[in-house]
Write a protein that binds this ligand. Structure first.
Ligand SMILES: Cc1cc2nc3c(=O)[nH]c(=O)nc-3n(C[C@H](O)[C@H](O)[C@H](O)COP(=O)(O)OP(=O)(O)OC[C@H]3O[C@@H](n4cnc5c(N)ncnc54)[C@H](O)[C@@H]3O)c2cc1C
Length: 397
C-alpha cells in the first residue's frame, strides 16, 4: 500500500473540500485532497450535478478576497429582486437591494464552480489530488492522524472532513449528530423559456413545500431558469421517472412558471434530491475538523447550505493563517476547539431558522394563516425590518 504524508488531509473533493484546499493552499501547507469519485480527469466535465447554487453577496465578498470571484463572475447571473408568495395565506413580499446597491445574490451552475476550482487547484504545487479514494479507517500514531483508503495510507497533522452529509469520517470517529428527515424531495429542473426572467427570483410557498424559480445565464441566447420544488417523495419520483421530453412533464412545469416566464421551450435537465438536515454535536474531533455538509446540512428553502459552508472555510483559513504566523501546532485540541467556537453558533442558528421556515410555511390552519399574513404585513410596512431580512439573506449580518 502506498504511503503519503502531508500537513492537511482534506477528505472530500466537492464544493467545500475544493474551496478549502484553494483558500488554504496560499498559506504554504502541504495538502492532500482525497475524493471517493473518479473526478477531475482530463478536464472532462467533472460531475453530473446539474444543480445551481445561489451565492449570497457576503459569500461573493469572501470569494473576491480569495481571488476567485474573477473566475466565477462571468458565469454568475445576478439576482436583483426576490418575490415571495405565500399561497396558503395569499400574501406577497418583494425584496430588492436599496441598501448597498449590489445584487442580492448570484446563480452559478455547480458544475462550473467545480471546474473553476479544480482548474485553479491544478496550478498549485503544494496540493495533491487523489481520486477514486474511499477512506475507510482512521488511526493515530504519535502526533499524526493516519487515514487508510482502498489504495493509500495518508499521514497528516489534521484531517479536514469535507465528505458531505453522510460523512464517513464522522461515522468512523463516532462524532454524534442530530438529524431531521423532511419526508420531502427537491425536484430540480433547468429549462429554457419564452420571456426574460429580468433577474427576478421567485419563492412560492405551497402547503406541500416551497418552490423557487431562479434566474440562470442565457445559453445560446435563450432565456434560462432553474426550478427547485420541494414536495412529497412519491410525487417527485413520479415526475422524475418521466422522459425529459414528455409532454406531461412540460405541462407540469408550464403550470408552475407560465405566469412569470411564459411557456417552457425546452427542458434541459431533471434531477431530484431527498431532503434532510443535520447538525453535528460538535464540529471537531481528535485531530479533525468538519466543514460544509460534513458539519451541517440544512433545508434548501433559503439556498444557504453552501453559503454556510463557505463561512466554515473562512474560519478554518483564518485559524490556519494565525497558527502559521505564530508558529503553533495544527490539529491540537485547542486548535480544533477554536475552529468549532468560530462556526458552531452561526450554523446552529441557520439550521433552526431554515427548519422553522419550512415548518411554518406548510401550515394552512386559520391561526397560522393569520400569523403569516400579519407577519408579511409588518415586513411590508417596516423598511428597517425589511432591510434586516435582506442583509440576512445576503449573508451580511
Ligand atoms: C436541491 C438543493 C439545492 C441547493 N441549493 C443551494 C443554493 O442555492 N445555495 C447554497 O448555498 N446551497 C444550496 N444547497 C446546498 C449545497 O448544495 C450543499 O451545501 C453543498 O453542495 C455541500 O457541498 P460539500 O462539498 O460540503 O458536500 P458534498 O457535495 O456532499 O461533497 C462531499 C464529497 O465527499 C466525497 N466523499 C464522501 N465520502 C467519502 C470518502 N469516504 N472518501 C473520500 N471522499 C468521500 C463525495 O464523493 C463528495 O464528492 C442546495 C442543496 C440541495 C439539495
Amino acid at each position: 500500500m502506498k504511503e503519503l504524508s502531508c500537513d492537511l488531509h482534506i477528505v472530500g473533493g466537492a464544493l467545500t473540500g475544493l474551496l478549502t484546499a484553494y483558500c488554504v493552499s496560499s498559506l504554504g501547507y502541504k495538502i492532500i485532497v482525497s475524493e471517493r469519485k473518479n473526478i477531475m480527469q482530463d478536464n472532462k466535465q467533472p460531475i453530473n450535478d446539474t444543480r445551481t447554487t445561489a451565492i449570497a453577496e457576503g459569500s461573493k465578498v469572501f470569494l473576491e478576497s480569495q481571488g476567485l470571484w474573477k473566475f466565477i463572475k462571468g458565469f454568475a447571473e445576478p439576482i436583483k429582486n426576490i418575490k415571495v408568495v405565500d399561497k396558503t395565506a395569499n400574501s406577497n413580499l418583494e425584496f430588492n437591494n436599496s441598501i448597498t446597491k449590489t445584487s442580492l445574490g448570484y446563480i452559478v451552475k455547480n458544475s462550473k464552480l467545480i471546474s473553476i476550482l479544480t482548474n485553479e487547484l491544478k496550478k498549485k504545487n503544494n496540493v495533491k489530488f487523489i481520486t477514486g479514494s474511499n477512506l475507510n479507517s482512521i488511526s493515530y500514531h504519535n502526533s499524526k492522524i493516519i487515514s487508510v483508503s482502498n489504495n493509500k495510507r495518508i499521514n497528516s497533522k489534521l484531517i479536514i472532513a469535507a465528505d458531505g452529509k453522510n460523512s464517513t469520517v464522522r461515522k468512523i470517529l463516532g462524532t454524534n449528530f442530530f438529524k431531521k428527515k423532511y419526508n420531502e424531495k427537491a425536484l430540480v429542473i433547468n429549462f429554457f423559456h419564452e420571456r426574460p426572467h429580468n433577474n427576478i427570483a421567485y419563492e412560492i410557498f405551497f402547503k406541500t413545500g416551497p418552490l423557487a424559480i431562479l434566474p440562470m445565464q442565457k445559453e445560446r441566447k435563450r432565456n434560462q431558469s432553474a426550478l427547485i420544488w420541494s414536495n412529497k417523495p412519491e410525487i417527485i419520483d413520479k415526475i422524475t421517472s418521466l422522459d425529459l421530453h414528455n409532454k406531461y412533464l412540460e405541462e407540469i412545469l408550464n403550470e408552475k412558471i407560465y405566469q412569470q416566464l411564459g411557456s417552457v421551450t425546452n427542458i434541459n435537465s431533471v434531477q431530484s434530491f431527498p431532503l434532510s438536515a443535520h447538525i453535528n454535536e460538535k464540529f471537531y474531533d481528535n485531530k479533525t475538523v468538519y466543514v460544509g455538509d460534513a458539519a451541517h446540512s440544512i433545508h434548501p428553502i433559503a439556498g444557504q447550505g453552501w453559503n454556510l459552508g463557505l463561512r466554515d472555510v473562512n474560519s478554518i483559513t483564518k485559524l490556519l493563517r494565525e497558527t502559521k504566523e505564530n508558529n503553533l501546532e495544527i490539529g491540537t485540541k485547542s486548535f480544533c476547539k477554536m475552529y468549532n467556537d468560530a462556526c458552531y453558533y452561526d450554523a446552529f442558528r441557520l439550521f433552526e431558522i431554515t427548519d422553522k421556515l419550512d415548518w411554518i410555511f406548510k401550515k394552512d390552519q386559520p391561526y397560522f394563516k393569520f400569523l403569516k399574513k400579519f407577519g408579511f404585513n409588518i415586513i411590508n410596512k417596516n423598511k428597517i425590518f425589511k432591510e434586516q431580512i435582506v442583509k440576512f439573506a445576503m449573508g451580511l449580518n
